[in-house]
Write a new protein. Structure first.
Length: 167
């Protein structure tokens, strides 16, 4: 390989259909938000050296894998199964969720139950990053050092999660 191929490069995909719309509420400091929704947008960055095709990673594959994850979350209520402040019960055809004096009953098909602690942008970025990392296992990413996912719940509010892939 040429010396220039060892230089770190960064690729980023965002916009287009790398988005999802979802309802949620977060718990914090002994309180909870009201049930509401966001039009989330997702961005993914990879850093690494060039592979033999002079790519860090194929944009089209990265976009497709990210889009598939977004589509699974889209138009659902996000239920954070690991939230210690929620009592969640999966019943036939529905979810029953308790927080303090509040009780929610939601149709099962309207809920996506995620193994996260809270439905914050920070936790959603970590979840999408983990899912993307799993999806990337079918591809050669031996030249990729880091994978970073950003989730924006508004244009001025973005949370990021990054993992090292070369360790």
């Amino acid at each position: 390989m040429h010396q220039t191929n060892q230089q770190l490069r960064r690729v980023k995909v965002e916009g287009g259909n790398l988005k999802f719309n979802a309802a949620h509420f977060i718990t914090f400091g002994g309180a909870s938000e009201r049930l509401h929704g966001h039009n989330y947008s997702v961005q993914v960055e990879m850093e690494g050296t060039l592979n033999r095709d002079s790519l860090v990673f194929d944009f089209s594959i990265l976009k497709r894998l990210t889009r598939e994850i977004c589509e699974r979350i889209n138009h659902h209520f996000i239920l954070p199964l690991r939230n210690p402040n929620l009592e969640c019960r999966e019943l036939p055809g529905e979810w029953e969720i308790h927080y303090s004096h509040k009780r929610y009953i939601l149709p099962r098909e309207d809920v996506i139950a995620l193994t996260i602690e809270n439905s914050t942008a920070e936790c959603l970025a970590e979840y999408i990053c983990r899912e993307l990392r799993t999806a990337l296992s079918d591809h050669d990413i031996s030249n990729v050092r880091t994978l970073q996912v950003g989730v924006a719940e508004a244009p001025t509010q973005v949370a990021y999660y990054q993992v090292r892939l070369d360790q």
